[in-house]
Design a protein. Structure first.
Length: 256
């Protein structure tokens, strides 16, 4: 890890139990050289992690910025919706006996943060923490589809699309069409795009503001697929995703 980052964290740690600190206070508490503290405090202030409180020319102190509260809320929210989602995931798994998972965007990848395996002899196992590109698979595509178009355009600009299977989308124009389709119908389907002989189905989980924060998905062996089974799977995921979103404070508005 970067030494500068470690030192910056050390400065933030100085505020544990303390509201306002001067630069001299931070030098004493951190044990870092004065020039290092001055430089890092300036960077932390610019990032919104510290706020300068200037009472007079000689009375300047710093306190922790609201950006830290925002970051803390993001972590808390992720832990909270994972906790909320788990009972619904267990219910889907019990009813369908299929692999159920929850994934989020981190950087330019989808990350699987929770999963419950099926008990079938032939099954796909997704490990928690596994990463996947955003253009292949039902959950990654859904997460990408609900980002704003500026993000999508930037993501696509330098994207090199690897062909994982014959069904992997490797054309950016086709991927944009798929994104529009997902947005229009409200869910995502993958037919052996990331792994051969598998099918995936995903619905969005929203927070109180309506922002899509996660994807709730189910993957089945392609050999088990039927249109009737697809309808059952999608209905189970949709109901669960809506209930999780509701518990997170999302209110669905019906337009007349």
């Amino acid at each position: 890890m970067s030494q500068s980052l470690l030192k910056a964290v050390k400065i933030l740690d100085c505020f544990n139990g303390k509201r306002d600190l001067s630069l001299i206070d931070l030098v004493k508490l951190s044990g870092l050289p004065k020039t290092t503290v001055f430089r890092l405090v300036s960077s932390l202030e610019e990032a919104g992690l510290l706020v300068k409180i200037k009472r007079s020319g000689h009375d300047v102190k710093y306190r922790m910025g609201l950006k830290l509260l925002e970051l803390g809320n993001n972590v808390s929210e992720q832990l909270e919706y994972k906790k909320i989602a788990l009972p619904y995931m267990r219910k889907i798994n019990k009813q369908l006996n299929e692999l159920v998972y929850l994934s989020v965007i981190e950087g330019n990848e989808a990350v699987y943060i929770e999963q419950i395996n099926s008990t079938k002899p032939v099954r796909l196992v997704i490990k928690v923490g596994r990463r996947s590109p955003l253009y292949a698979g039902s959950a990654p595509k859904l997460l990408l589809a609900y980002m704003d178009w500026d993000y999508i355009e930037n993501y696509l600009e330098d994207l090199e699309m690897e062909k994982f299977t014959n069904n992997t989308i490797d054309d950016k124009h086709k991927l944009k069409e798929e994104i529009r389709t997902i947005r229009k119908r409200g869910y995502s389907i993958s037919k052996s795009e990331r792994f051969e002989e598998t099918m995936g189905f995903s619905y969005p989980v929203r927070d109180f503001s309506g922002k899509v924060i996660s994807s709730l998905g189910v993957t089945i062996p392609a050999a088990d697929y039927s249109k009737d089974w697809e309808i059952v799977i999608l209905e189970n995921i949709r109901e669960a995703a809506e209930q999780i979103s509701k518990e997170l404070g999302y209110v669905k508005h019906v337009h007349s």
